[in-house]
Design a protein around this ligand. Structure first.
Ligand code: CTP
Ligand code: CA
Length: 227
């Protein structure tokens, strides 16, 4: 078993990992979501567990099987995710937000299936902003706690990444260029640039999400050592 060979750098640490793309319901049979497969978050949960952490995986629906031994909290919407994260965070040592969170949700969710009508040739959907979970977490974050974000960017990766790191009070941001078809959202591989609060950046090679997850977990362990 792989875990036996992983350095036990997170023993005694409680780590929350979020994964997958949130679903925002329009009605009982329809929702808005995104291309996230959940693979990156599940790989991070597995890596943290192999490093000895007690892991809670808060996950939107995916096609994946959660790693054995992690506590799974299934969620659907951004509102569900916010509730689950805010409930678990006070007792956690680290939060790693790999979930692809919807930025907007339908202003109203219909109780019944929305019907097309003979006199309407268009349907206007009104969306409102979702809560920024990492910003809410920043407001309750204690000095010993580590928070990590992922950033999906199609341009100005470093500048946008630095801004996100600061605005969400993160200890680490893994930024990836989602304009590239060969990495990111759905595949098995990724390439991220780790951005640190001191402005230092470090780009990984293009490699498997499993290897990137281990690199991220190593950095989280290093952050605990420094705190
Ligand atoms: N995130 C969050 N709450 C939201 C949206 C995003 O906590 N409502 C988290 C994501 O899980 C990720 C980080 O914030 O770890 C960055 O997400 P990203 O979508 O790249 O950034 P946004 O702040 O949503 O900004 P934008 O999409 O406009 O670039
Ligand atoms: Ca976003």
């Amino acid at each position: 078993h792989l875990g036996l060979f992983a350095p036990q750098t997170l023993v005694g640490k409680r780590v929350i990992v979020t994964a997958g793309g949130t679903r925002e319901r329009l009605d009982p049979v329809r929702f808005l979501t995104n291309d996230s497969s959940g693979k990156m978050g599940y790989a991070v949960a597995a890596a943290a567990q192999q490093a000895g952490a007690t892991v809670t995986l808060i996950t939107a629906p995916t096609k994946l099987t959660p790693p054995a031994g992690v506590t799974v909290v299934p969620i659907q919407s951004t509102t569900d995710l916010a509730q689950a994260v805010l409930a678990a965070f006070p007792k956690a040592d680290a939060l790693i937000m790999a979930a692809a969170v919807a930025d907007f949700q339908p202003e109203v969710t219909a109780d019944q299936k929305i019907k097309k009508t003979a006199d309407n040739d268009e349907f206007i959907l009104k969306l409102k902003k979702t809560p920024d979970i990492l910003k809410q977490v920043a407001a309750i974050k204690q000095p010993g706690q580590v928070t990590v974000g992922f950033a999906a960017e199609t341009q100005n990766l470093l500048a946008n990444g630095q801004k996100k790191l600061q605005s969400k009070s993160l200890d680490l941001l893994a930024a990836n260029d989602v304009s590239r078809a060969d990495i990111g959202f759905n595949g098995d591989d990724n390439q991220v640039t780790f951005i640190m609060p001191d402005g230092v950046t470090d780009q990984t090679p293009k490699t498997s999400k499993v290897v990137i997850a281990r690199a991220l977990v190593d950095r989280v362990a290093q952050l605990f050592a420094e705190k």
